[in-house]
Design a protein. Sequence first.
Length: 278
Amino acid sequence: MSWLQETAGGPAPPTYQDPPEKLKMRDPAIPGRMVTDKSANKPFLAYKEYRDQQEALHAAWVERNNQREAKIARGEEVGPPEPDPTAQKEVGLLGLLKFLLYITLFIALSGKFFTGSYTWEYESKWTQLKTYWPTNQRLFSERLLAEHDGRVPGRPIYLAIDGDVYDVSKGAAYQPGGSYAILAGVDAARAFGTGCFKTHRTHDLRGLTERELDSVSHWKKFYAEHKDYVKIGRVSHPPIDPASSIPEHCDPKKEAAAQAARKVAKEKKNVGAAHKEL
């Protein structure tokens, strides 16, 4: 109850000090003060000891470096300069890569321990090695691609768009009777642009508008980034005869607009050729 005595005007209690027989070390923060080596003080004392060792190492290095400089001044041969043993080392790119590798290994091993899966039971094509290191990339003919249209049970279902072949076996829509089954086993790149899935099951992209070409690019990106569909190769198409007719659009209005645009383009081309002759 010493605080009652102080409030009543009595003398303040003396400050507690460790008994002299327990004082063993100098306080690293306050000169002239002695402290005990109790557990609460050990981290500070250990750090002070570490700093003292670093200062001693640095002082010894400075002395050796001065001696080396003196030898150089006298013309004596010396070895390569000695690095400061107390200098802080930069992490650098290699150190950063090692850190990221350790973190990745720690996360993977933790997933294996807690869930039994290195990927924490997350499954997608991004966790499959073949996505980054393709081992089954192959070149398909149109005939071989057509054999993977889903009509043979147990055979994988493939789809191609603008030459790229994807395994879409996990997609229910590409199974027989599915809404997109008509796209299986063929490169129907044109249909992805025009929406004419029954009549434009071809890779011929001639005469498409900018909007239709953007639609093809959108679907190419869709398959390339889909978590379940993996690119497995390319399909080799025979050359398209430039003189062959362009597939008609399934929408009569759009077909009429396309023909008008091609007519205008042809007339401009003829006018340009005539100017060159002049």
